[in-house]
Write a protein that binds this ligand. Structure first.
Ligand code: COA
Length: 319
């Protein structure tokens, strides 16, 4: 039996780190409001020359080094992003060229904040069916470029960054992606969206969100999909070593963990440092927890995310 195993992780953040207090100099908000409602204290914002592909490429280089792999070993690149460098070509092909890879499969996946979970299931399926052996799966975003900086209800919540994993085929091992499950419900398109696009306005558009409604759906959907993944793979919440959630809001993370009966210490939390980096948030948080020694080989890890669409999903991984 072939399984897809995570053999390396990497991440990248823009140079500029912005505190809530600095943001409050130009946005009608306060550090107290942001911390109390979201847990966010800092976010990194891309400057001139920093793009989704440049952050993705840096994350990939670190993931390749961690896996002990050369870029020439890669036969599949998937970038999950809602903020591609250009409408086309796919950001994955820009990353491919930057890494000096002449020929491999490369494409983007658009599922907003759930994008990394979507990309992971696609890569896992391609590896298990023999269509790829060594993949780079990336979440990368520059959401600062689609924020309305006059809308204090959204602009304080997001940041830029990238996370990447190397995912490799392994025969008959215990490790790897054990089970993953994805969902979408397009009836909720208008609760979290961008008010522009190539085929409608011909512009990039800005992010719009009804935060309170999103919050309500997020807790219910995330707890349900985690339970679904654990039950399908024959585990319970008590078996889980770590949850690496999408980093939207500390209150969503706490409420979801409580609903599942998971102690807060098992939940990796980076939203305080990075804010919501959309598709980048899960691989970014995973890389932080791998590098600081919390997530170790053999641990049972749940990855989960929910985003615009709505889309949501979870994956159970023996790391
Ligand atoms: N600074 C100060 N005040 C702010 C503010 C800001 N940045 N943003 C909104 N407010 C004000 C509002 O104007 C409102 O004031 P009013 O009562 O005088 O009208 C008040 O704070 C409460 O706003 P509300 O939107 O009801 O707050 P909330 O408790 O629902 O928190 C969110 C707002 C966005 C933090 C919360 O709904 C949330 O986190 N939602 C989920 C969003 C998310 O994670 N989305 C991504 C999923 S991928």
């Amino acid at each position: 039996m072939i399984r897809a195993v995570i053999t390396g992780t990497g991440s990248a953040l823009p140079v500029r780190r912005v505190s809530n207090a600095e943001l409050a100099q130009t946005v009608d908000t306060t550090d107290e409001w942001i911390v109390e409602r979201t847990g966010i204290r800092f976010r990194h914002l891309a400057g001139a020359g920093e793009t989704t592909s440049s952050l993705a490429t840096e994350a990939c280089r670190k993931a390749l080094a961690a896996a002990g792999r050369d870029a020439r070993d890669i036969d599949l690149i998937i970038v999950a992003t809602a903020t591609p460098d250009q409408t086309f070509p796919a950001t994955a092909t820009i990353v491919q060229a930057a890494l000096g890879i002449d020929d491999c499969v490369a494409f983007d996946v658009a599922a907003v904040c759930s994008g990394f979970l979507y990309a992971l299931q696609v890569a896992d399926s391609m590896i298990r069916t023999g269509n790829a052996r060594c993949a780079l799966v990336i979440g990368a975003e520059t959401f600062s470029r689609i924020l309305d900086w006059d809308d204090r209800t959204t602009c304080v919540l997001f940041g830029d960054g990238a996370g990447a994993i190397v995912l490799e085929a392994e025969q008959d091992g215990d490790r790897g992606i054990l089970y993953s499950r994805l969902h979408a419900d397009g009836r909720h398109n208008q609760l979290l969206y961008v008010d522009g696009g190539p085929s409608t306005t011909g512009t990039v558009g800005k992010l719009r969100m009804k935060g309170r409604e999103v919050f309500r759906h997020a807790v219910v959907n995330l707890a349900a999909v985690m339970e679904e993944v654990l039950a399908s793979a024959g585990f319970t919440a008590a078996d889980v070593d770590w949850v690496v959630p999408h980093q939207a809001n500390a209150r969503i993370l706490d409420a979801t963990a409580r609903k599942l009966g998971l102690p807060g210490e098992k939940v990796i939390m980076t939203v305080d440092q990075h804010a919501n980096t959309s598709a980048a948030s899960v691989p970014l948080a995973l890389d932080v927890a791998v590098r600081d020694g919390r997530v170790k080989r053999g641990d049972l890890v749940v990855l989960e995310a929910m985003g615009g669409g709505f889309t949501w999903g979870a994956a159970l991984v023996r790391f």
